[in-house]
Write a protein of this length. Structure first.
Length: 190
């Protein structure tokens, strides 16, 4: 691969699968990023935030200073625009979805209904010029959600996924760049 820098321009597609791994290896983005695993079509793009925390020790005169990293936090934020009741299982760990005779029912709440689910969420940014980018995190939505119904605006549900380590090394973000000629995603149906 070359070391040319790229301009990242445009949104990404979001795919999700339940993470049942034992933290031995990072899930394969090519397996996750298929149409059957599309979380939703999104609006407002997607953002990955990485925030390290440090402890700093210094003397009273600030002449001697030493700092160490004490923690890391990664959050993936995106707006889910296409929605149905099944999406609640990604947004609330207490969501229960049943489907009977053409009717979908969702129940949310009750801490005793917590499943402890984690998900592998993959962003796929398509770029025919510079090559595709995949960003993978493992975690779950810990920010709750709100549904807004307005007469002149579509409902977009904001998801905020807090990342958990996905392998034995403590990896929070997996970032993969491809050459422009390497296509690895199914085309959307329709």
């Amino acid at each position: 691969m070359d070391n040319n820098e790229r301009i990242i321009l445009g949104s990404a597609d979001v795919y999700i699968v339940e993470f049942t791994g034992k933290y031995e290896e990072i899930p394969d983005v090519k397996t996750i990023c298929v149409e059957a695993n599309r979380m939703a079509y999104i609006q407002g793009g997607a953002t990955i935030e990485y925030k390290p925390s440090f402890y700093e020790a210094k003397d009273d005169t600030a002449k001697i200073v030493k700092s160490i990293m004490t923690d890391e936090e990664v959050t993936l934020k995106t707006g889910i625009m296409t929605f149905n009741g099944n999406k609640f299982k990604y947004l609330s760990d207490t969501a229960r979805v049943t489907e009977v005779a053409g009717k979908r029912t969702v129940k949310i709440g009750g801490i005793s209904n917590r499943k402890g689910s984690k998900y592998a969420i993959c962003l796929h940014h398509t770029d025919a010029v510079d090559g595709d980018i995949y960003i993978l995190v493992v975690g779950n939505n810990q920010a709750g959600f709100s549904l807004s119904f307005a007469k002149d605006k579509e409902t977009v549900v904001d998801a905020e996924i807090k990342a958990h380590p996905m392998d034995g090394e403590g990896t929070l973000i997996y970032y993969e760049e491809l050459e422009p000629s390497d296509t690895t995603i199914e085309e959307p149906e329709g």
